[in-house]
Design a protein around this ligand. Structure first.
Ligand code: EPU
Length: 425
């Protein structure tokens, strides 16, 4: 197991490139099961979550080749059973359900287990798939699915207590593309990653309208064909480095390339509200972020896209921990996703978490301490806090960050941070 040592206090400068989006790659890799033809996907980030997904595709019988960000998949003959040993490692494995049902008429996928960011049920996934004709038995920790009368399109409202579901929308969309008739997904997730999946499916011959809005209409087709696709830039990785710019760059700022401006609006708005400088180039493909001379605290309430992403709240907790004054962060999507606050408190942050809300009384400087990463975005927040802290912070359980940030240590080094990856004993 690796750990990261961050020697804090260095001023960041220079430029980095953002990788392809992890959360777009995972369902798109799964969707390659929908055709017997070859599929080529570019800019797939080299992170452990995409590696797990590739292992699952291989275990299902697909032939997968990967070389520097490009993945070629040939799923000529596949089986319907996703092995538990792989599925249990990553919740997003459940996005093979839709493609397997559509292609084979059956699927057996383990129920994903608990998750440190909170209760993560699959009821909406099941609701969507059942609505279009799947028979689903839950037995022995598995979801056994069959389609006795085939998949048949219908209208489904996918709204849950916390709003729309991203992977639930993806699963239903992937199943519906080969169903008979028309499926209308109401209260659909509108995240850019859902739009990227829809564009991928459309390039395979699917008929989908409305992706990116709350109503997606899918007219089933007989078969899908091979395609080539480039994954969108990772807006969460970009947002994380934008926060790094606000927390630790010099007056010249840092430049973050290969981004998509329109996906970064809520993050940009919050950085500007705190007084930081955020300047995009004309094409919106690059941004320069520099810190405010006297930053101000702010209030964030997470919400489904186009609201402020839950996947960015931990990083903003780190920012506000080092912004003098009061800030408040409420996570309405995963109210238990505040494990990073206890760890940051060990570095001198003043944070009180209650009932899905963190109240943060910012201080100028944090101090180094050994800390433990608890999940992907929490670990990113700890890295950000450590960049600002005085002394050397040891971040243990680095595998969490390697699930979703491609070459994070190399990118930080390129910006002038002093970081070392070392093997934990
Ligand atoms: N929900 C249900 N029932 C369901 C599914 C979800 O009640 O069947 C609830 C969840 O408990 C949550 C809300 O609906 O309160 C939204 O969850 P969603 O289903 O949208 O989450 P997800 O699709 O499982 C994706 C991302 C997460 C991100 C969330 C929210 C991927 C692979 N994962 O998860 O990303 O936090 O959407 O935007 O796309 C991360 O990258 O660190 C990460 C956790």
């Amino acid at each position: 197991m690796d750990k990261l040592i961050v020697h804090g206090g260095n001023t960041l400068s220079g430029a980095i490139n953002i990788s392809g989006a992890k959360n777009a790659s995972l369902p798109i890799l799964a969707a390659s099961l929908l055709t017997e033809d070859d599929v080529i996907i570019r800019r797939v980030p080299d992170v452990s979550d995409t590696n797990y997904m590739i292992q699952i595709l291989s275990a299902l019988g697909a032939h997968v080749e990967r070389s520097s960000g490009t993945v070629r998949i040939s799923a000529q003959t596949i089986t319907h059973e996703a092995p538990y040993e792989l599925v249990r490692k990553m919740r997003a494995s459940i996005c093979v359900m839709g493609p397997l049902l559509a292609r084979l008429g059956q699927a057996m996928v383990s129920l994903p287990g608990g998750c440190v960011i909170g209760d993560r049920p699959v009821d909406l996934h099941l609701k969507g798939l059942r609505a279009i004709g799947a028979d689903i038995d839950l037995e022995g920790g598995n979801m056994n699915m069959t389609t006795p009368n085939g998949l048949v399109g219908t209208e489904v409202d996918m709204r849950g207590k916390q709003g729309p579901t991203v992977l639930g929308t993806d699963n239903l969309m992937m199943a519906a593309v080969l169903a008979k008739g028309t499926t209308v997904i109401e209260s659909a997730a509108a995240e850019p990653e859902v739009v990227d999946l829809a564009n991928f499916l459309i390039s395979m011959g699917a008929k989908i309208q409305g992706a990116g809005t709350r109503t997606i209409t899918i007219e089933g087709v007989e078969r899908l064909h091979g395609t080539e696709h480039t994954i969108i830039p990772d807006r969460i990785e970009a947002g994380t480095f934008m926060v790094a710019g606000a927390m630790a760059a010099g007056p010249e700022g840092i430049t973050i390339n290969r981004i998509c401006k329109e996906h970064l609006e809520p993050v940009t708005e919050k950085l500007i509200e705190s007084g930081h400088s955020v300047e995009f180039n004309e094409e919106g493909s690059s941004v320069k972020v520099a810190p405010a001379s006297t930053p101000k605290g702010a209030r964030i309430v997470t919400a489904p896209h186009p609201g402020f992403p839950t996947d960015m709240q931990a990083q903003f907790s780190a920012l506000y921990a080092t912004t003098p004054g009061l800030s408040v962060i409420e996570d309405t999507i995963f109210p238990q996703r505040f494990m990073h606050c206890a760890e940051m408190s060990r570095m001198g942050a003043n944070m009180k978490v209650d009932n899905g809300t963190a109240v943060i009384d910012g201080t100028d400087k944090l101090s180094a301490a050994p800390v433990m990463a608890s999940d992907l975005r929490a670990s990113a927040a700890l890295v950000l806090a450590a960049l600002n802290a005085e002394g050397s912070t040891e971040i243990n359980r680095l595998y969490h960050i390697d699930r979703g940030y491609e070459h994070i240590d190399e990118k930080l080094l390129a910006l002038g941070a002093k970081v070392e990856r070392v093997k934990e004993r």
